[in-house]
Design a protein around this ligand. Structure first.
Ligand SMILES: Nc1ncnc2c1ncn2[C@@H]1O[C@H](COP(=O)(O)OP(=O)(O)OP(=O)(O)O)[C@@H](O)[C@H]1O
Ligand SMILES: [Mg+2]
Length: 456
């Protein structure tokens, strides 16, 4: 597309000449013979550069410049001045003009200025766009979210990724703790080394101990050979301690020692083996509360809670739901027969999704979309494609006894008000003072309402 230049001068002939020169050089031009006309054109057309005369009746070049800069600060403006108005040209520069050009000038010079100004403008815009994209990135690795808390999470991952700092991730089940842990690892210098996951809730204490620290041959019955523990396997990589809140008191002590001394001891062994490990722990409890309840060691908590990432429940970030739905629709459409289009979600289904409380968070949403993609044959996901259980659940949370879903607030309140007044009057045997007392309002207030509803 050609770059469009708006030429502003009160002398019609002059704008026509300049315009012809610029068009000759491959620019698209618009002409305005006053500041007001210029502003009108700017309001409705895409303009890349304004070249304006300084001296014009009514709104002069300086005033026009100010108006333009208020609306579109990045718009480049070149001011043409005659000798008498040079001091004004300086002022124009201070107010944000790209440059000024002294009349009379040769056309080549103007064309050169125009090219430079447009080029400069383009760079500024590109920069702004890039900046904007960085700031509002809706996904990081495969983590989706545009809500403020998720944007915070992305920022934190970017910051702590390159370090070896211990990270504690808290969040309800299915909020993406494991996803975040992996993202931290893969954004760290350890990415080529393993990330080893240990589920602290899955194993009995003694088993977990040998799982974590390994054991020497003969350390206990069944220990027929020396075995390396997960900490050793994760050496120079990352260990992800999932469900850390479930760790038994004894293992809490042992983990604390690893964190303090950066060495491990195999079960039944005497050697202290140095390890270089990044620790990421996750829990669906509040570890601080576990400490307060005396179930988790405070010293270990502080060692783990160096950097904290709190993943909010999905219900608290409704603006992410739409994005996540799209993400999973794409993800699971890859598994469908080729040529089948990705379904669209009907608006009423989207509304149900935002109303639902999602106790299973993102995992529950993902499972639901996966199921829909298996069973939904059509191009649109409608309410019929949802399970009856889901529809009932949403219905129950939205249902208010005696009030239809599309009721208007003021009408409904008036209706209820009227019904209550009639009832109170009946109960009070039509004695207004008594009825007012029952309703908890003043007598004159009741009187007004009786008149309003025509109940006398
Ligand atoms: N923000 C997100 N963007 C995309 N996918 C997500 C997001 N959050 C979670 N998921 C997906 O949801 C599922 C559950 O996530 P994950 O296993 O990380 O949750 P969790 O917090 O570890 O849950 P739990 O406490 O039950 O172990 C995974 O399939 C994950 O990929
Ligand atoms: Mg998990």
């Amino acid at each position: 597309m050609m770059d469009a230049i708006l030429v502003v001068d009160d002398e019609k002939n002059y704008t026509a000449v300049l315009s012809a020169v610029l068009e000759e050089e491959g620019f698209d031009t618009r002409m305005a013979n006053s500041g007001h006309e210029a502003l009108e054109i700017l309001a409705r057309e895409e303009i890349d550069l304004v070249i304006s005369d300084m001296k014009m009746p009514g709104m002069d070049g300086l005033a026009l410049l100010e108006k333009i800069k208020q609306k579109t600060p990045e718009m480049p403006v070149i001011i043409m001045t005659a000798h008498g108005t040079v001091n004004k040209a300086v002022e124009a520069m201070q107010k944000g003009a790209y440059t000024f050009i002294l009349k009379p000038f040769d056309n080549e010079r103007l064309v050169m200025y125009a090219r430079k100004a447009i080029e400069h403008h383009r760079l500024v815009m590109d920069n702004q766009r890039l900046q904007h994209e960085v700031e509002t990135q809706y996904s990081f690795d495969n983590i989706i979210g545009k809500s403020m808390p998720m944007q915070d999470v992305f920022r934190t991952i970017r910051k702590v990724g390159p370090t070896s700092a211990t990270v504690l991730i808290e969040g309800e089940s299915g909020t993406g703790k494991e996803l975040v842990a992996k993202s931290i690892h893969f954004n760290s210098p350890r990415r080529e080394k393993p990330i080893v996951t240990v589920n602290c809730a899955a194993l009995a204490e003694t088993l977990l101990e040998s799982e974590l620290f390994g054991h020497e041959k003969g350390a206990f019955t069944g220990a027929v050979a020396r075995k390396k523990g997960r900490f050793e396997l994760a050496d120079s990589g990352t260990i992800f301690l999932d469900e850390i809140g479930e760790l038994s008191p004894i293992l809490q002590v042992k983990l604390l020692r690893v964190l303090q001394e950066k060495t491990i001891e195999r079960v039944g062994g005497v050697l202290s083996i140095p390890v270089d490990i990044r620790i990421i722990a996750a829990t669906n409890r509040s570890l601080k509360q576990e400490v307060e309840a005396g179930r988790f060691r405070e010293d270990l908590f502080y060692r783990l809670n160096v950097v904290k990432i709190q993943l909010p429940p999905l219900k608290q970030r409704p603006e992410d739901i739409r994005l996540l739905v799209d993400h999973f629709l794409h993800k699971y459409s890859a598994e469908r027969p080729a040529g089948q289009a990705i379904p669209q979600v009907a608006p009423e289904v989207e509304r149900l999704f935002t109303d639902y409380h999602w106790p299973g968070n993102v995992r529950e949403l993902e499972n639901m979309i996966e199921r829909i993609m298996v069973f939904c044959p059509g191009p649109t996901v409608t309410i019929d494609d949802l399970t009856p259980e889901f529809r009932d659940q949403v219905h129950n949370t939205l249902h208010i006894e005696g009030i239809p879903a599309d009721a208007k607030l003021s009408e409904t309140l008036t209706l209820v008000e009227k019904k209550m007044i009639v009832r109170a009057m009946k109960m009070a045997g039509n004695v207004q003072t008594k009825a007012a007392e029952i309703l908890g309002i003043g007598k004159s207030g009741l009187n007004q309402k009786l008149k309003k509803f025509d109940l006398n």
